[in-house]
Design a binder for this molecule. Sequence first.
Ligand code: ATP
Length: 443
Amino acid sequence: MAKADLMDRVVNLAKRRGFVFPSSEIYGGFRSTWDYGPLGVLLKRNVKDAWWRTMVQLRDDIVGLDSAILMAPKVWEASGHLETFTDPLVDCRNCKERFRADQLPESGACPNCGAKGSFTEARQFHLMFKTHVGPVEDDAAVAYLRPETAQGIFVNFQNVQTTSRKKPPFGIAQIGKTFRNEITPGNFIFRTREFEQMEMEYFVPPDDSPRWYEYWCQERYRWYVSLGIPEEKLRLRPHDADELSHYSIGTSDVEFLYPWGWGELEGIAQRTDFDLRQHSQFSGQDLSFYDQENDRRYLPYVVEPAAGADRATLAFLLAAYDEDSAPNEKGGTDTRTVLRFHPALAPIKVAVLPLSRNDRLVPVSDEVAAMLRPHLQIDVDTAGSIGRRYRRQDEVGTPLCVTIDFDTLDDKAVTIRDRDTMTQDRVPLDKLLAELQDRLGQP
Ligand code: ATP
């Protein structure tokens, strides 16, 4: 399949099956904003849950946080965002479109109208959304929508450290909405102005920072592999010196091979003690850590893996998309669209399918659904031929289907059908839940 086709097909499927809709669609949409539909919200939530499970639940050195989106404006002075969080902006004099100067094609031609040499000089454009808090819209009321979740973590460093009684090395993790007034959003949910980040700030003794940086680069790369992204579509790319953010002494990106080329999925940065030092200075509060064992006081260094929940969701969708051939009901074969999601990410884990809407089958199907529902996200589908229903589930990545047929009434067993192998196995009803959980790899 051509790469451009893959993107079209995934965007199309996302719309048609209720993963992602253009936002405000009945008003003609709104500037690259997107809404997650019934399946999309489950998928993205599974991505965030998988991250939280790996980063918080399965470790004893990382705790969570959920800080406010609106923060004291001083935070952005201290963090350097007010001064430096800009992108270079150019206009095309011919068609009036705007572009990021660092993303123009080498040919120098306008990507919109093709005009050559038509760009204005670059000027710095600020990426933070500004708003006013309270009833008076004057300068004293200015506030910003946070452009990263990280600062909420830094300003709470002491609160969290003292209440959780953690000592470096330890981390604070946060998932939440972030806003950037991007000049050129696009590529579906890859780059938007409102998105969700999954960030973790890992506080370490300064000398240990390089070692932990190496560790987190490997860990984060492996996380994507463990959830089904093939290694040939992933790479770790260290930044060149001129790419580094103002706070970083070393950054690597986990990149994914999107249909348009390699692009960032997550950045792992050595932020040094930049943020804690700045906040100590600007707030007048000493944010250093007292290391009792060695009787010394120091500002911890920070290693930060910062991922995007929406970008990761897109990568998992793209990597899962597949077409193969499957037998149809006329004895031939058809092309089958299948999302090969890792079971942990699949929006629906199990579909319950009574063979028909027959009066004797429906009550059994209802019982099976009621038994499974407290444990698994299920879907019950009774409409159309069983073959068509399998296809519908394949297309949204449901790993397992459970079919209730007339034999079920006598043998108290059902058929489990596997999305990837399409094999079918008969399983007694009293072993069904355990069998499904086992196949889904549920803890
Ligand atoms: P880019 O270079 O693509 O603009 P960045 O280097 O500015 O990204 P970071 O500040 O490192 O991004 O943010 C961490 C993560 O947040 C990124 O790896 C990405 O997954 C996500 N992210 C950043 N900007 C956006 C956006 N506009 N839309 C969706 N996700 C984003």
